[in-house]
Write a protein that binds this ligand. Structure first.
Ligand SMILES: [Zn+2]
Length: 308
């Protein structure tokens, strides 16, 4: 304090210029990201659930595809579709489509944000045996990840991100039968098999992130394979004081991050797998909250904005 008061006016002006230059070179150049609105994300979750179950082959699945394309276009993304056939171990074929929305296409440095949009065709974890062949509503499992990424897209429409952002809604994540891992994560596997030189420097998957009072731990495969990226995300959550993230070790989950990890890309899965309504008919919007969705969206936006 003392020293500053002692500085000549001309030197004080010089000091001010130096401060401004340092600021321009650091993160304050781009300022803060546009503010994520958890209530808006929650409305995206409800909108999906109002369509009904959205498993591959159903009319609701096609309806959701149209909805996602429309929203991404409305939010200024460069939208493309990646149709493919998912062949199950049973020999059945699913007609699936990954939906892609790009932002800041000119940037070489790119982040992939992914979530599966299909919902499970059977509630095989429902306590009521009679319900286990019915499709799940998929509020948290399917709906929440999409809801967060739609809200992120809505914000990216307001300000161009400092790096390229590719939002990918994966299809065919949750069709497999328990014990047959090959029939899960069909969309992300197909996508990762057809990268054609595309090398995102970070892949962040969001899945089951909407539970009321969610406590997202550090998922096992993410921590083992991509600890630096995971640490960066949890550091942001810590800095923002978000209770939706909990620095504990979580279980390892077969999810859409795995095909990217297997191809040597840094990939993490933000997921709170401790969800009592997982794969039941009770996976409904009332189990989810705007607060959890908003916190996850905030971490993603902060992460994007702190990149150069
Ligand atoms: Zn699931």
């Amino acid at each position: 304090m003392e020293a500053i008061y002692g500085i000549h006016l001309r030197n004080r002006i010089r000091l001010l210029w130096v401060c401004m230059a340092v600021c321009a070179l650091s993160s304050c150049r781009r300022g803060k990201p546009p503010p994520v609105d958890g209530s808006s994300a929650y409305r995206f979750l409800v909108a999906q659930c109002e369509m009904g179950p959205r498993y591959p082959g159903s009319d609701n699945h096609k309806r959701l595809q149209r909805y996602l394309v429309r929203r991404l276009e409305e939010f200024g993304a460069n939208v493309s579709l990646q149709p493919f056939e998912g062949i199950l171990t049973t020999g059945d074929t699913l007609h699936l489509v990954n939906i892609i929305g790009n932002y800041n296409l000119g940037a070489r440095k790119r982040v992939l944000l992914g979530a599966h949009y299909d919902t499970r065709p059977y509630a095989d974890r429902d306590p009521e045996p009679g319900n286990r062949s019915k499709p799940i509503p998929g509020a948290n499992d399917g709906g929440s990840g999409v809801a967060v990424l739609l809200e992120v897209a809505r914000m990216l429409a307001r300000a161009e991100p400092p790096v390229g952002v590719d939002i990918v809604f994966f299809d065919g994540e949750d069709y497999g039968r328990e014990g047959v891992p090959r029939d899960y994560i069909l969309g992300s596997t197909y996508f990762a098999d057809h990268l054609k030189g595309y090398r995102p420097y970070a892949v962040i998957i969001v899945d089951m992130v909407g539970e009321r009072d969610a406590a997202i731990p550090m998922e096992g495969f993410s921590k083992a394979a991509s600890s630096a990226l995971l640490e960066e995300l949890f550091a942001i959550a810590g800095r923002l004081g978000l209770s939706t993230f909990s620095r504990e070790d979580g279980v390892s989950v077969i999810d859409d991050h795995l095909p990217f990890i297997q191809r040597g890309l840094p990939a993490v899965d933000l997921i709170d797998f401790e969800y009592p309504f997982w794969h039941t008919l009770d996976d409904t919007p009332d189990k989810c909250s705007a607060g959890s969705l908003g916190d996850v969206g905030r971490v993603l936006m902060e992460y994007i904005w702190q990149q150069e």
